[in-house]
Design a protein around this ligand. Structure first.
Ligand code: PXP
Length: 227
């Protein structure tokens, strides 16, 4: 069984900072604390509207982290240019809508294969690994492998939001099938969105996932425990 790594998403620390438009709490400090506590990596989402993480955060993290930096971003020319300049260890391409509260689902890799293929090529030329955030859907996974992404990140949001045990089991089965197909296609399998201290356990039990990217539940607990 693979020993899974944990990437801590620190976007919510930046959300609190932005609430006052000042300098605290600094997500850089949060990243260092997460690393000291054993995090295997740090994840940030630089959104087009800069609602939480700022360009400055990504630049400083790239300089100081001891663990890999995973930059989540939309597949736009602006973001690809920023990534190619800052060169994080990995870029995870995600769909982005301005009005959404958080990422709402996986990328339509099949529908945007041509433009995504161009972004992936540019990122590869800059020496950056690419992961695609997708629903546990075989077509999306096969297309991700065809576009030569190194990894996919399975969107676990639908599983996490399931309101019945039956729906939860169905979602888990889809995730299990997605893990098998991805691994057979040579893709590293990551997972994230909506995972917490309880619901992550059944996903871990499936095996085969290399990396979890978790933010909201960790930062929520940190706020209460810290208080
Ligand atoms: N992975 C991706 C691609 C995401 O967009 C997010 C949310 O920013 C996460 C993981 C983390 O999700 P959560 O904050 O619900 O743990």
């Amino acid at each position: 069984m693979i020993q899974a790594r944990l990437g801590v998403n620190i976007d919510h620390v930046a959300t609190i900072r932005q609430a006052r438009g000042g300098t605290e709490p600094d997500p850089i400090a949060a990243a260092i604390i997460a690393e000291l506590a054993g995090a295997d990596g740090i994840t940030v989402h630089l959104r087009e509207d800069r609602r939480h993480i700022q360009d400055r955060d990504v630049r400083i993290l790239r300089e100081i982290l001891q663990t890999p930096l995973n930059l989540e971003m939309a597949a736009t020319a602006e973001m690809v240019a920023i990534a190619c300049e800052i060169r994080p260890y990995c870029v995870t391409l995600v769909p982005e809508k301005r009005q959404e509260l958080t990422t709402e689902g996986g990328l339509d890799v099949v529908g945007q294969a041509e433009s995504l293929g161009g972004c992936i090529e540019q990122l590869h030329q800059a020496g950056i690994k690419v992961s695609l955030f997708v629903d546990p859907d075989p077509d999306q996974i096969e297309c991700s492998a065809a576009l030569k992404a190194e990894a996919i990140e399975i969107h676990t949001g639908t599983y996490c939001n399931a309101t019945s045990e039956q729906k939860r089991q169905t979602e888990l089965e889809e995730i299990a099938a997605a893990i098998s197909l991805s691994r057979a296609s040579g893709l590293q399998v990551n997972a994230g969105h909506g995972l917490n201290y309880q619901n992550v356990q059944a996903v871990v039990a499936l095996g085969g996932i290399a990396e979890y990217n978790i933010g909201h539940s960790i930062i929520s607990r940190a706020v209460l425990v810290g208080l």
